[in-house]
Design a binder for this molecule. Structure first.
Ligand code: SAM
Ligand code: SF4
Length: 340
């Protein structure tokens, strides 16, 4: 009895960086591959990692377990496109059983979601972000280079039907390409009763399609467009450490957020780290600081040894990122390598 009370009183594990920030959120990239080639994310002709370089499902589960034992409470599966990764539903099932993990989330392009939405929900996935940048089939195809709008809409409908507690649509808005769709995207999200986040384009990777300085539409501009048609009620409780600022549409459950890496820096409350598909732990989206975990993992390191490496490297997490508006990207990895 006393032992139980003592055990219950044990403080939860905490992973803390050199600036005193609690690191509780891991974004886990399960593949760098994708069935789309979105113009802001990938080049048309991409070189992907050889399969042997990518962590296996078992390796991902093992590392996720170490992170959770250290204090990670939320994992988001991302990529590349998580749903092109073989074994993804099994990975969700395994992670869903990790004691101490409070939230399991995924970001997807939605194209392959419809057949697996129920299974993922049943396995413990609770939050889904689904990307959709246009509601016009031809334009959607242009922006994604390969995507079929109706597949994604079927995925979104299946997610709603599966009863995920939180679904958010993500739209990257580019000037002159889809900024005119802001009102339609808001109406679409409201009709489904799901949230919507507009994302400013980030300068990751070298792309030839458009000039990023010209394409950039600021979060404030986006909110002004939405406010022209809706009464926006600011939400007081923002996602802890999250970059999105939300407003609720009056008369609706839908919240509209803007994610503004350019115009508003959210580093002070950053609680996140990223693990790439090849097992590289990235400490900040805007810096190259990283720790290779695949090598020690494959060399037979114990959980305790992996945990010690991770804890020590947290001291190197940078205080903030800087993204300039125009010019060359400061970071040469593409978003599919970084994991959104
Ligand atoms: N394939 C999945 C998807 O598209 O949702 C998950 C990975 S994707 C890299 C994650 C998110 O990053 C998507 O919402 C996508 O629109 C966004 N994204 C990709 N490249 C971006 C960029 N350069 N700037 C801003 N957002 C970007
Ligand atoms: Fe694929 Fe997502 Fe990148 Fe589009 S944004 S190319 S769907 S990884």
């Amino acid at each position: 009895m006393i032992m139980t009370a003592l055990r219950n009183a044990e403080p939860a594990p905490r992973l803390v960086d050199g600036f005193g920030r609690d690191i509780t959120y891991l974004r886990l990239s399960v593949t760098d591959r994708c069935d789309f080639r979105c113009v802001y994310c990938m080049a048309e002709d991409m070189q992907f990692l050889p399969r042997s370089a990518v962590l296996s499902i078992e390796e991902m589960e093992r590392l996720a377990g170490v992170f959770v034992s250290l204090g990670i409470r939320k994992i988001r599966l991302t990529g590349g496109e998580p749903l092109v990764r073989k074994g993804l539903p099994e990975l969700v099932e395994r992670l869903g059983r990790l004691p101490g993990l409070e939230t399991l989330a995924m970001t997807t392009n939605g194209a392959r979601l419809a057949p697996v939405a129920q299974r993922l929900r049943a396995a413990g996935l609770s939050q889904l972000n689904i990307s959709i940048d246009s509601l016009d089939a031809a334009r959607f195809h242009e922006l994604t280079r390969t995507g079929v709008l109706t597949d994604v809409q079927a995925g979104i409908a299946a997610a709603v039907a599966a009863g995920f507690p939180r679904i958010r649509l993500n739209s990257v808005i580019l000037r002159g390409r889809n900024e005119d769709e802001v009102p339609a995207l808001v109406a679409y999200a409201a009709s489904l009763g799901v949230d919507l986040a507009f994302i400013e384009e980030m300068p990751l990777g070298v792309i030839s399609e458009h000039d990023r300085g010209l394409a950039h539409v600021s979060g404030q501009e986006l909110l002004t467009m939405v406010a022209a048609q809706h009464v926006l009620l600011p939400e007081s409780s923002q996602e802890v450490g999250g970059p999105a600022r939300y407003h609720r549409l009056q008369g609706s459950n839908t919240r509209v957020g803007v994610i503004t890496p350019h115009s508003q820096n959210f580093c002070a409350s950053c609680n996140r780290i990223r693990l790439t598909a090849e097992g590289r732990l990235l400490l900040c989206l805007g810096h190259e600081h990283s720790l290779d975990l695949r090598e020690p993992l494959r060399a037979g390191a114990s959980d305790a040894e992996l945990a010690a490496l991770i804890t020590a490297t947290m001291m190197r997490k940078p205080e903030r990122h800087e993204f300039a508006l125009a010019g060359e990207p400061q970071i040469v990895r593409f978003m599919n390598m970084t994991g959104g």
